[in-house]
Design a protein around this ligand. Structure first.
Ligand code: NAD
Ligand code: UDP
Length: 322
C-alpha cells in the first residue's frame, strides 16, 4: 500500500503506534523511523511523555497526536501497533475503570479502524493473561489462572477481553491480527516512578536507599531487554499473513527478585541493604515464557542477557537521578 503525500504517492509505510510516547512505544517509534516508515504516534500522556519522544519531534516522518484511544480515531495508515495501556501495577491500579476501558474500548476502536482500512493490527497483550500460572514455563495454549475481581483484574481481564475481540474480528471480519504476549520488559525510558521492579531497584540503589523486596523475594520473573522486544514486535507484524498468534515474546532467563536485587547492587556498585515489604495481592509466584513458537514462527529470540541489558538501563537512570 502507498501513502498519498502533498506531491504525489510515497512508498513509505505509514505505521500508527498507539501508546507511542510510552516506554516500549517510544523505542518502537524510533525503530520504525530508522526502517524508513512514517510514524503516527497517538498517546494521551497518561504514563507516557513528550520527553520520551523529544528527539523524534523534529523528524519529518514523525507525527504526534494527543488522543485517548477510548474515543474513535479516523486516520489513514497502513498498519497499527496497539500499545496504549498503562503497564505497571501502580499506574494501571490508579484508575482501574479507565484501564479496562483503554484495553477494551481502545481495542474496539483500533480494530474498527483496521477493519475500515483492511490493514494488519498488532495487539500488545501480556503475560498477565496467564495470571498466577499453574503451568511453568508458560506456553501459549495455557488458559491461565486469573482472579476476575482482584486489584490486578482491570489489567489482566482487560487484556484478555482485548485478545477475545482481536480473534473475533479475525474470525468474523477476516481481519489480519497479530497478538503478542509480552513478558516483563526493561530498558532506558522506563518511567522512574512507575513502581516496576527493575526501575525501582535501580533508582533505589543509585540513591543509596534500601532495595525493597516484596514478600520473601523468591518470586520469579523473566526480563527481556527492550531492543529485543521491539525486534519481536516488528518480526510479528511482518511475518506472513496467516500468523495471528498469540505468540509469547520474552527472555526465558528466569530470576528471583533477590537475584535481581543482588545483580543491580553489584552493577551500580552500591552496598545498600535489602529490606522486605508486604507482597501485593495476587502477585504471581513465577513467570517464564516458553518461546518455542516465537523461534519457529518468527525466527525470533532475545539476544541480550539480563546483566548486559541492565548496564545501559542503569546509565539511563544515572543521568536522570543525577
Ligand atoms: P507505558 O505505560 O510506558 O506506555 C503506555 C502508553 O500508553 C503511555 O504512553 C500512555 O500514556 C499511553 N496510554 C495509556 N492509556 C491511553 C489511552 N487511553 N489512550 C492513548 N494512550 C494511552 O507502558 P509500556 O511498558 O510501554 O507498555 C506498552 C504496552 O505493552 C502496554 O499495552 C502494556 O500492557 C504492554 N506490556 C508491557 C510490558 C512491560 O513489561 N513493559 C509487559 C507486558 C505487556
Ligand atoms: N517487586 C519487588 N520490589 C519492588 C517492586 C516490585 O519485590 O520494589 C516485585 C513484585 O512484587 C513482583 C515483581 O517484583 O513480584 C515484578 O513486579 P513488577 O511490578 O515489575 O511486574 P509484574 O508484577 O507486573 O510482573
Amino acid at each position: 500500500m502507498t501513502a498519498v503525500s502533498g506531491s504525489g504517492y510515497s512508498l513509505q509505510k505509514r505505521s500508527l503506534v498507539t501508546g507511542g510516547a510510552g516506554f516500549i512505544g517510544s523505542h518502537l517509534c524510533r525503530r520504525l523511523l530508522d526502517r524508513g516508515h512514517q510514524v503516527l504516534c497517538v498517546d494521551n500522556f497518561f504514563t507516557g511523555s513528550r520527553a520520551n519522544i523529544s528527539e523524534l519531534l523534529g523528524n519529518p516522518n514523525f507525527e504526534l497526536l494527543r488522543h485517548d484511544v477510548t474515543f474513535p480515531l479516523y486516520v489513514e495508515v497502513d498498519e497499527i501497533y496497539n500499545l496504549a495501556c498503562p503497564a505497571s501495577p501502580v499506574h494501571y491500579q490508579f484508575d482501574p475503570v479507565q484501564t479496562t476501558k483503554t484495553s477494551v474500548i481502545g481495542a474496539v476502536n483500533m480494530l474498527g479502524l483496521a477493519k475500515r482500512l483492511r490493514i494488519p493490527i498488532l495487539q500488545a497483550s501480556t503475560s498477565e493473561v496467564y495470571g498466577d500460572p499453574t503451568v511453568h514455563p508458560q506456553t501459549e495454549d495455557y488458559w491461565g489462572n486469573v482472579n476476575t475481581i482482584g486489584p490486578r483484574s482491570c489489567y489482566d481481564e482487560g487484556k484478555r477481553c482485548a485478545e477475545t475481540l482481536f480473534f473475533d474480528y479475525h474470525r468474523q471480519h477476516d481481519l489480519q491480527i497479530k497478538v503478542v504476549r509480552i513478558f516483563n520488559t526493561y530498558g532506558p525510558f522506563m518511567h522512574p516512578n512507575d513502581g516496576r521492579v527493575v526501575s525501582n531497584f535501580i533508582v533505589q540503589a543509585l540513591k543509596g536507599e534500601p532495595i525493597t523486596l516484596y514478600g520473601d523475594g523468591k518470586q520469579t520473573r523473566s526480563f527481556c531487554y527492550v531492543d529485543d522486544l521491539v525486534s519481536g514486535l516488528i518480526a510479528m507484524m511482518e511475518t506472513e499473513k496467516a500468523v495471528t498468534g498469540p505468540v509469547n515474546l520474552g527472555n526465558p532467563g528466569e530470576f528471583t527478585m533477590i537475584e535481581l536485587a543482588e545483580m543491580v547492587r553489584e552493577l551500580v556498585g552500591s552496598s545498600v541493604e535489602l529490606v522486605h515489604r508486604p507482597l501485593p495481592q495476587d502477585d504471581p509466584r513465577q513467570r517464564q515464557p516458553d518461546i518455542t513458537r516465537a523461534r519457529e514462527w518468527l525466527g525470533w529470540e532475545p539476544k541480550i542477557a539480563l546483566r548486559e541489558g541492565l548496564t545501559p538501563t542503569i546509565d539511563y537512570f544515572r543521568k536522570m537521578v543525577g
